[in-house]
Each structure stands twice: as structure tokens, then as C-alpha cells.
Unconditional design. Structure first.
Length: 439
């Protein structure tokens, strides 16, 4: 048999084992995971010494498009993803204007299909006005799900009350994703804090109870309506312990920053470049996050890539916007955690490929199996590099991991059989497609 592409000699992370095998690709799909001796291909990649992973997925990014291209855009953000070993991204709806109606849904479909370097999906933002239409909107091509900001948002994207959240959960049937900080507690405590206080006060204001209260309320409504929910960026020990009892109705996401940085030290070191929502917390909560990764509680690990300009991030606390860059650095940082023994490479694949596919109903991605999309992230687990702001292509131009020494590096990103990145170089032209989901 003749293949379009053969990846030879790599150590492949298959769903059932790790094996050194040759993978064959035809028409953008995996055609064989045991290519016969003597087979030929139009392109052959020598992967000896490398691990071959399913194309990794960052299921939580803010590419700010439409918005401010001086900070980020779909072309720059998806190029960053490809350079960082990410083959598919799921983009959030809180753009300017927000993705909340048919006009913006159609725009996003067309624009991303033309400009994305990797495969692409996007969330619909739930509002009080569009709640009756969400059941129809979640069926649009490329839509990974509904996103509800139950706290920490502005304008019509905020739905903080139980009646409003319940109405969203009764419109449609696919899993709904939540930013679950409790807006009532945030506002009630706001008067205790002033502009210019130390950045570490961010974790005091947006405390563990703020997140835990929001999650308890959302899960209760999920149980009431029998609608599955996905709790984004779980950040507290209390939430993880609570969610253990609701695995039938609630899945969980953990962020790379909550696994990699700890307060208050990060605020002393980075200032506003450590400010995100929910905040980076102390060691107790980070330890709980790692336990949740190791015992299977975490379904998805994401970056919550949410860039702002350096000038904005250098403002005093409370004027400094929340959000960090991360789509280009998540894979190297997580590979470094693998080499440190904090999780296995198979568990990394579970949380950044198979997990997102399972949670969101993503079709034909997330596993190295015949018939699935030929998406691959090739990594060198022995490579030693240092993350540098000069490596980034995000226009914002900074990373909270700048200067971090890393062991383990993405060497190639392949999307549907097409090599998009090879050894830190972008190849070809943008040819990303909208990802497909269960109806």
C-alpha cells in the first residue's frame, strides 16, 4: 500500500499501550498504526527518538478576535498553538463584539476556516437575550459548546443568578461550560479592597469560597435540570473534594498555571503578569490540583490563554486586567512536569487529547486509532530548552514562564496529515478546519 505520509520509528502513545510502531496516513486520516515493511509514502518523517502523541488540544483559549490584533488574533494565536505543539484550539466567546448571535457565529465560522493554522472550534456566549436560541446555536458547525460566565464578566455575557443559569441549562442538551466564581460574593467584598494594593490580594478577594460557592450552585442546578456541566479552571481543594460526588453530571478542567505556579510567591515575582481568574492560589490548592490529576478527577488540562498588552498588565492591581498568555507554552510546561514525574505521558494525552474529545463530544480526534484524523504532536522528551519571550508569536509578547528551563519539547505539529510546524518553523499556509462534534 502507498501512503501519503508515514511516521517511522516513533514511540506512539496508543489508547491501550505505548509502542514503537510506524503510522500511515491517507487522505488526512490514520490508515494504519502498524505500517507493513516496505511500504512507501509521498512523505516520510523519521521519528526515531521521539514520542508520537495524538494531536494535542487546548480547549480553552481567548484569541481576542474580533477585538485587538495588537494583542492577539486567530492567525497569530493559532500559529502560536502550532509552534507549541497544539493541533486544535477551542476559542472563547468574550470578544468585541461577543459571539452570541447568528451573525457572529457565521463570521467566526468563515474567518477561522480561512485564517486558522490548526483545527478550530468555538464557544457560544450565553446571554439572557439569546438563551431561547442556544439549543439551535449549539448545533452550528464548529461549536464546541455553550459558555456561561456566572462571575467575572461584564455586559450581557454575565448570567449570575440561579434562574438565569437554570434557563440556560434547559435550552439544549450538550454539556455547558462555566466560569463558576460567585458574582454576589465578589461584589459584596469589593469594598474591602483598593487600587494599588499588593497583587497577592487578588487571591484574597477572589478567595476559595468564591469559587466553591459558584461551583456548588451550578452543580445543584445541573442535577435539577439533568444537564451535564463542565466546570472550567477548578482552582480549590474544596471544589475537587466536592466534585468527586458528582462525576455523573460534572466534568472538570484544570489550568497549567494552577499546576505550575503558587501564591503568594508568583505575585512577588511577576506582579500583574500573575493575575488571572480564578487566581493562582497557595500550595494547599496546588497540591490538591495535582492529586486530582493523578487520581483521574481532572478531565481536561488547558491554558486559558488570555493575552493583554504588557502595558495593561503593568498597571496597579484592580486596574490590571486578568488573564495570561499560554497556548504556545502549555505543551512544553506539561512535558517538563512529565519528566519531573508528576504525571505520565499517557495521562498527559488523556487530559489534552482524549479528555477534551470525550467531554465535548469531539469526533475523530484525540486518539491514535485507524480512521481518526491524522493529528499528531511529536515531542522530544530529552530536549532541554528555555522558554523565552523572543520565541513567542503572540503580539502581546510576554509569558509568565519566560526564562523557565524545560525538559521536553514539541518538535512537530501535524494536522490531518499536513505538517504545520517542524523544529520551531511554521510550514505552508493556514489550512485549519472547523472541528466536528456530536449533535
Amino acid at each position: 500500500m502507498r501512503y501519503d505520509l508515514i511516521i517511522r520509528g516513533g514511540t506512539c502513545i496508543l489508547p491501550w499501550c505505548e509502542a514503537e510502531t510506524d503510522i500511515g496516513v491517507v487522505d488526512g486520516k490514520i490508515a494504519s498504526i502498524a505500517v507493513e515493511a516496505g511500504a512507501e509514502a509521498a512523505e516520510v518523517i523519521d521519528a526515531r527518538g521521539l514520542h508520537v502523541l495524538p494531536g494535542l488540544i487546548d480547549a480553552h483559549v481567548h484569541l481576542r478576535d474580533p477585538g485587538n490584533p495588537a494583542v492577539e488574533s486567530i492567525p497569530t494565536g493559532t500559529k502560536a498553538a502550532a509552534l507549541g505543539g497544539v493541533a486544535t484550539v477551542f476559542d472563547m466567546p468574550n470578544t468585541k463584539p461577543a459571539v452570541t448571535n447568528t451573525e457572529m457565529l457565521r463570521w467566526k465560522q468563515e474567518y477561522a476556516s480561512r485564517e486558522s493554522w490548526v483545527d478550530f472550534a468555538f464557544y457560544i456566549g450565553a446571554t439572557r437575550e439569546n438563551t431561547p436560541d442556544l439549543a439551535a446555536y449549539e448545533q452550528f458547525d464548529g461549536v464546541c459548546g455553550i459558555k456561561v460566565f456566572a462571575g467575572s464578566s461584564t455586559g450581557d455575557l454575565m448570567i449570575e443568578d440561579d434562574d438565569g443559569i437554570e434557563a440556560v441549562l434547559r435550552s439544549g442538551h450538550r454539556r455547558v461550560s462555566f466560569h463558576s466564581e460567585d458574582e454576589y460574593r465578589l461584589q459584596a467584598r469589593r469594598k474591602e479592597f483598593e487600587v494599588g494594593m499588593p497583587y497577592e490580594m487578588h487571591a484574597v478577594w477572589r478567595d476559595a469560597e468564591c469559587a466553591f460557592l459558584g461551583t456548588r450552585r451550578i452543580v445543584a442546578l445541573a442535577r435539577k435540570t439533568r444537564r451535564p456541566v463542565h466546570i472550567l479552571h477548578v482552582s480549590t481543594e474544596e471544589e475537587y473534594k466536592f466534585l468527586q460526588n458528582y462525576r455523573d453530571i460534572a466534568t472538570t478542567e484544570c489550568l497549567v498555571n494552577h499546576l505550575s505556579q503558587v501564591g503568594p510567591e508568583c505575585y512577588h515575582e511577576l506582579g500583574g503578569m500573575a493575575v488571572m481568574n480564578p487566581p493562582i492560589r497557595d500550595q494547599r490548592h496546588q497540591d490538591a490540583a495535582w492529586r486530582a490529576v493523578q487520581d483521574g478527577m481532572v478531565d481536561v488540562i488547558s491554558s486559558d490563554h488570555a493575552p493583554h498588552s504588557r502595558e495593561a498588565k503593568e498597571k496597579p492591581w484592580l486596574e490590571c486586567p486578568s488573564g495570561l498568555t499560554g497556548v504556545q507554552t502549555i505543551v512544553p510546561v506539561m512535558l517538563d512536569h512529565v519528566n519531573a514525574g508528576r504525571l505520565s505521558l499517557a495521562r498527559l494525552v488523556d487530559t489534552m487529547a482524549a479528555g477534551p474529545a470525550r467531554v465535548y463530544g469531539l469526533q475523530a480526534k484525540g486518539r491514535l486509532t485507524v480512521g481518526y484524523d491524522a493529528d499528531f504532536t511529536l515531542v522530544d522528551m530529552k530536549a532541554r530548552r528555555r522558554i523565552s519571550n523572543t520565541w513567542l508569536v503572540t503580539p502581546a509578547g510576554w509569558s509568565p514562564f519566560d526564562g523557565k528551563s524545560i525538559r521536553g519539547w514539541p518538535m512537530a505539529t501535524i494536522v490531518r496529515g499536513r505538517t504545520v510546524m517542524r523544529e520551531d518553523s511554521i510550514l505552508g499556509e493556514p489550512q485549519g478546519r472547523l472541528a466536528c462534534f456530536l449533535p
